[in-house]
Design a protein around this ligand. Structure first.
Ligand SMILES: NC(=O)c1ccc[n+]([C@@H]2O[C@H](COP(=O)([O-])OP(=O)(O)OC[C@H]3O[C@@H](n4cnc5c(N)ncnc54)[C@H](O)[C@@H]3O)[C@@H](O)[C@H]2O)c1
Length: 270
């Protein structure tokens, strides 16, 4: 999808950080934008800013962890604009920096509610309606490079949720009809309000620079949407270690096709 003029784009977590920068960019390309998050005053500020830039923008309060909120967001978007062409599943939280052994069901539950169910709810609330629209549409999931490799300790809940985000995108790509483009975005550090810490607003890539890198990938309908070069090295390192483990302990052998899961899945599903 290269021409966003007149298209309708819904961005969760669209009042700040990456979501706001995406709303800005889609809007600058002529799209109408609906942003959604929990804090109404931040949404109002963001819509005022978008409007001042000449962008047609609306907001709706929504807790992405709640499916009913997401369904109300979908109703709102279709009522306001009559169509939805792009859903950006962006809202997310950093979770608590803690060792896995020190963590609790509650801390994992919260980060899963927002980062995992927040994206699933988006797909459940918008997916079938977008398919039924019959026009080319796009679902973009903002994952993280932490869905490709784990940079260090203390990232437990966040990392586990972002690996799930990657899986959601992979599953969706396999299952969606051709007119639904799926993209998974894998940012590294980007200046934002993630974690509610002032630090994140200072470190990492400026959000505009990040959007400039991912924009052509969105236009070209890429599935893996990437931005931070070192992620390639670390993902490749992991892939190489894995590959060596296979070479050493589970190399190919004559007749191993009967254990090929992709082949088996094709045979079972057709
Ligand atoms: N900034 C980074 O370095 C970075 C890196 C990789 C991935 N990401 C991902 O990018 C996405 C956007 O984060 P950001 O960095 O712009 O941070 P941010 O905090 O500026 O933006 C996240 C937005 O999501 C909203 N949000 C949080 N919980 C919500 C809920 N339950 N319902 C609705 N809205 C909710 C917040 O209000 C906020 O507006 C997240 O999914 C994050 O995991 C960020």
């Amino acid at each position: 999808m290269k021409d966003f003029n007149g298209k309708v784009v819904v961005v969760t977590g669209g009042a700040t950080g990456i979501g706001k920068a995406m709303a800005d960019r889609f809007g600058a390309e002529g799209a109408k934008v609906v942003i959604a998050a929990r804090r109404e005053e931040r949404l109002q500020e963001a819509v005022a800013d978008l409007t001042a830039k000449g962008i047609e923008a609306r907001y709706k309060t929504c807790d992405v962890a709640k499916l009913d909120d997401f369904k109300a967001l979908a109703d709102f978007a279709w009522a306001e604009f009559g169509q939805v062409d792009v859903l950006v599943n962006n809202a997310g939280i950093a979770g608590i920096p803690e060792m896995l052994l020190d963590s609790s069901p509650e801390s994992y539950q919260r980060v899963f509610d927002v980062n995992v169910f927040g994206q699933l709810n988006g797909i459940w609330a918008f997916g079938n309606r977008m398919i039924a629209q019959g026009t080319p549409v796009m679902i973009l999931n903002v994952v993280s490079e932490t869905g490709l490799f784990v940079a260090g300790p203390l990232m437990g809940g966040y990392a586990v949720s972002k690996y799930a985000g990657r899986a959601i995108s992979e599953v969706l790509r396999l299952e969606m009809p051709k007119h639904v483009q799926v993209g998974a975005i894998y940012p590294g550090g980007v200046q934002s309000e993630l974690g509610g810490s002032k630090e994140m607003t200072q470190i990492g890539m400026p959000a505009d620079e990040f959007i400039d890198i991912i924009w052509p990938q969105i236009e070209n309908g890429e599935f893996y949407i990437v931005s931070h070069p070192w992620a390639k090295d670390y993902a490749a390192e992991d892939a190489e270690v894995l590959s060596k483990a296979f070479d050493r302990y589970a190399p190919h052998f004559d007749g191993d096709r009967k254990y090929d899961s992709k082949l088996l899945a094709k045979q079972m599903v057709g």
